[in-house]
Design a protein around this ligand. Sequence first.
Ligand SMILES: [Zn+2]
Length: 66
Amino acid sequence: MNLLRLLILVAAVWLVWRIVRQVRQQLPRQSPPADLYEPMARCAKCGTHLPAKSLNSAGLCGRCSE
Ligand SMILES: [Zn+2]
């Protein structure tokens, strides 16, 4: 009778471990994606810090390049 109980216990632990592993795999990764942090750059003329994408090829912001 004790052996049967042990087998049931082992089966239960194995089942719980499997569920935990499945849930962990479905969770999103802890590290945020790289594109969350946009590289910042400074306008060459007015010195405003802006996302690097919004500066033109000369390194000027939209306002200064007009
Ligand atoms: Zn500027």
